[in-house]
Ligand binder design. Structure first.
Ligand code: IPM
Ligand code: MN
Length: 373
């Protein structure tokens, strides 16, 4: 932790220290800010300001670094994730990521080359995606009470259909064949289910496995056996839903769910549904976690770079601030994390601000008195 690198020493594209002031706080967290493209810089600036606003009250200090990777950087340099930048990122305690992607970068370059590579290299095997309905936001389904909708999706984040297994043969002929294989290892599934089961212990004691065991019988059987064993060991109540039925119940009867554990692609899909049910992607937070802490975890709003509204001051920073809240909790700053979460709820309850600047003003106003007015 901490670091003595002087400001501006790193070359563009590498991680640069921003250390400006000496702090006397008892704890220092080295956090790399990777703003990325589109609305990423706008929303993460607000999240950063919120973190810095609560830090002194909780006796910690953030040694912010910055990293310029993303679509703009790729177009300017051809670099997606240079090894040197990855090594610098490994030296942080956490990474706050805005969003990467610009319309002129071909699909897959940044998704596989940057986002997924980071998830794999840093062993970010859990993608934590909470869905909580807050007062003041409209659910895509108007009928839910606030208390009906508060669940967390634990998405496996390094295996499944995202692992990159498969390929294309006979390309360009009428027999061209494309395969994508879902990889599910006993150890990889088990560690993800273990994380979810312990999260369930800390919440309601209820865990739901979401899969498609009636069709994906090989992977489904592995997931089901592991979930049964781990839930029994941890003393949590396990239920099961096929992924199609889970979508229906998330809309119709979300009280069924508290902690959901699922594979990589199912988790990707159902977490967007969870976002739609809780106000939209603008409010959706995520943490790509390395629960074993062998490297930094990455926190990012789920909304993407939204190039259509970038640079207009219209982006909703709630997803970024809530991601920063997950980051603070992961760093052990639970009280500060709770303040960021409460501040978002308070601002929403008072009437959603229309611009990024108003959001920031309202959030900082709330945080001046601990997140709740
Ligand atoms: C997400 C995104 C990513 C994913 C893409 C951009 C690679 O959709 O974080 O949910 O599929 O995981
Ligand atoms: Mn997604």
């Amino acid at each position: 932790m901490g670091g003595d690198v002087a400001a501006g020493e790193a070359a563009p594209g590498e991680v640069a220290a921003e250390g400006k002031h000496v702090s006397h706080a008892s704890r220092t967290h080295v956090i790399t800010h990777l703003p990325g493209d589109g609305v990423g810089p706008e929303v993460t600036e607000v999240a950063r300001a919120c973190v810095d606003a609560v830090a002194p009250r909780h006796d910690f200090h953030v040694d912010w670094r910055s990293c310029s990777l993303g679509g703009k950087h790729y177009l300017a340099t051809g670099e997606v994730l240079p090894d040197a930048a990855l090594e610098e990122l490994r030296r942080s305690d956490a990474v706050l990521l805005g969003a990467v992607g610009t319309p002129d970068v071909p699909p897959g370059v940044l998704e596989r080359g940057l986002l997924l590579r980071l998830r794999f290299e840093l062993d970010l095997y859990v993608n934590l995606r909470p869905s909580k309905l807050r007062a003041g936001v409209g659910s895509a389904v108007g009928k839910h009470e606030l208390s009906d909708l508060d669940f967390v999706i634990v998405r496996e984040n390094t295996e499944g259909l995202y692992a990159g297994a498969g390929g294309t043969v006979h390309r360009g002929t009428e027999f061209e064949t494309a395969t994508e294989e879902s990889l599910n290892t006993w150890a990889g599934v088990r560690r993800c289910v273990r994380y979810a089961s312990q999260l369930a212990q800390a919440r309601s004691g209820r865990l739901t496995l979401v899969h498609k065991t009636n069709v994906l019988t090989h992977a489904g059987d592995l997931w089901a056996r592991i979930a049964r064993d781990v839930a029994a060991e941890d003393g949590v109540e396990l239920s099961y839903a096929h992924v199609d039925a889970a979508c229906l119940w998330m809309v119709d009867d979300p009280r069924r769910f508290d902690v959901i554990v699922t594979d990589n692609l199912f988790g990707d899909i159902i977490s967007d549904l969870g976002a739609a049910l809780t106000g939209g992607l603008g409010y959706a937070a995520s943490g790509n976690l390395n629960p074993d802490r062998t490297g930094p975890s990455i926190f990012e709003p789920v909304h993407g770079s939204a190039p259509d509204i970038a640079g207009q001051g219209l982006a909703n920073p709630a997803g970024a601030v809530l991601s920063a809240s997950l980051m603070l909790a992961h760093l052990g700053e639970d009280a500060a994390a709770a303040e960021l979460d409460a501040a978002v709820s308070s601002v929403l309850a008072a009437g959603e601000p229309g611009t990024t600047g108003e959001w920031e003003k309202e959030l900082l106003g709330q945080l001046a008195n601990g997140g709740t007015s």
